[in-house]
Design a binder for this molecule. Structure first.
Ligand code: GLY
Length: 427
């Protein structure tokens, strides 16, 4: 079977790595991929947004399954385009992708279906939004409706910050059309978890939960990033809460989509907050999480390709997934300066020796193959150093031991990934 993975980050390397373990796989392509995916299959120089070239490539090469990593091509309708051409694709069409592409759409669906989530009002007019904001006060959350490269959500501690976020969206046009509609949402407190489920249009099959770290600095300080680390499973999500997420959130959401005539085939990602009133949805995404995937897939014993094919053919109900009991920890190694300006093209050393640490896999994110075949930095988040262990303490120690063996100029990584799970004494 020929499989094309669309995207170029750590998530896509982890997907490619897991798909490459399938006995069903004959040939793997990644578009555009990175230096890590180049070791597993053939990188194809087509960007994830270039839908026409992706379709032409898939048709020409006889690709049997296309797996879409990032959200933007899904929101833009890549899955619809492929399906219209008779090609199999893992990922929802444009309508289903609105669960991530429009926060207002997702919020309305949740409110209509009684799916637990924070209270919110949706505005198209700045004056009305401002009046409402002042009536509810802070802390409060201001969200741009559309895709804003992870920068469209402001958790405002005071009204000044909330008003600035609102103005950025609705007056200054910082996010273009994505900020023309704004949600003003209740601030919720609690620990967060990401629970993803496969959806075949009707049935769901949840994956192991994970937790990510969004901020750049230790202790969750500094600006938001694309994710600085993750771990799986999530001890804070006990069996009772897990069941509630599945039965009160994931299953009803999949049903609600089907009820609206939306055939959602792919992965639905619920960003959950564990409040005193129970688990509530912070947001939905319509693709694998990054860097959650890098901590979840090493724990999956089953064949991911077979599971994806079951999603595409609507046969999830007959499938079970086997998981390793071992926890997994992923530390993101970034370029100094990220999420602001950073340098690219710096040689990366020590990858082979790092991968000799037991339980360790190094997923590439922002890397490229240099002219002499060497690995060079090519993005803000460069590598995801991932380790399985008998417990969180061992997984964490292995991930950091491997990270210390890797070097590139200006390297930066958080030192507290998964620390909260094992207590401060293990640092
Ligand atoms: N880790 C957050 C995300 O994938 O959106």
């Amino acid at each position: 079977m020929k499989v094309l993975v669309v995207g170029s980050g750590g998530r896509e390397h982890a997907l490619a790595w897991k798909l490459a373990q399938s006995p069903l796989l004959e040939k793997l392509y990644c578009a555009p991929g990175n230096a890590g995916t180049a070791r597993l299959g053939m990188n194809v120089d087509i960007k994830a947004e270039d839908m026409t070239s992706l379709l032409q490539f898939a048709e020409r090469e006889g690709v049997d399954l296309t797996v879409v990593g990032p959200e933007a091509p899904l929101v833009a309708g890549l899955a619809d385009l492929f399906e219209e051409a008779g090609l199999k694709v893992f990922g929802p069409g444009r309508e289903g992708a609105r669960m991530e592409g429009s926060k207002a759409f997702a919020k309305r669906l949740m409110l209509e279906e009684g799916i637990p989530t924070g209270r919110a009002e949706i505005f198209e007019d700045h004056g009305e939004a401002l009046g409402y904001l002042r009536s509810v006060g802070a802390p409060v959350v201001v969200k741009a409706d559309g895709l804003a490269a992870g920068k469209g959500v402001t958790v405002a501690a005071d009204l000044r910050e909330a008003e600035a976020a609102l103005a950025a969206c609705m007056l200054e046009g910082r996010f273009g059309a994505a900020g023309e509609v704004v949600l003003i949402e209740e601030y919720l407190e609690g620990q967060e978890a990401s629970l993803l489920t496969l959806v075949d249009g009707e049935d769901i099959l949840p994956l192991a939960p994970a937790q990510d770290y969004k901020r750049i600095g230790d202790g969750d300080s500094g600006p938001n990033t694309g994710g600085m680390g993750s771990y799986s499973p999530v001890p804070a999500l006990d069996d009772g809460s897990y069941r509630r997420v599945v039965e009160e959130i994931l299953r009803p959401t999949a049903r609600a989509l089907a009820k609206r005539g939306i055939r959602f085939r792919g992965v639905l990602y619920a960003g959950i907050i564990l409040t005193e009133e129970g688990p509530k949805v912070l947001e939905f995404n319509v693709r694998f999480g990054d860097p959650e995937t890098q901590a979840v897939l090493p724990r999956l014993r089953s064949d991911l390709l077979q599971a994806m094919l079951a999603v595409c053919s609507g046969e999830l109900s007959s499938l079970r997934l086997e998981w390793s009991e071992q926890p997994c920890v992923t530390v993101v190694m970034a370029s100094g300066g990220y999420p602001g300006d950073y340098r690219k093209g710096l040689p990366v050393r020590g990858l082979e020796v790092a991968e000799e640490v037991p339980g360790v896999t190094v997923f590439h994110a922002g890397t490229a193959v240099g002219p002499g075949g060497e690995v060079l930095t090519a993005g803000g988040r460069v590598l995801n150093v991932t380790a399985l262990g008998d417990d969180f303490l061992q997984a964490r120690q292995r991930a950091y031991e491997a990270a210390r063996l890797i070097g590139f100029e200006d390297v930066y990584y958080r030192s507290d990934i998964a620390l909260r799970v094992i207590g401060e004494s293990a640092s």
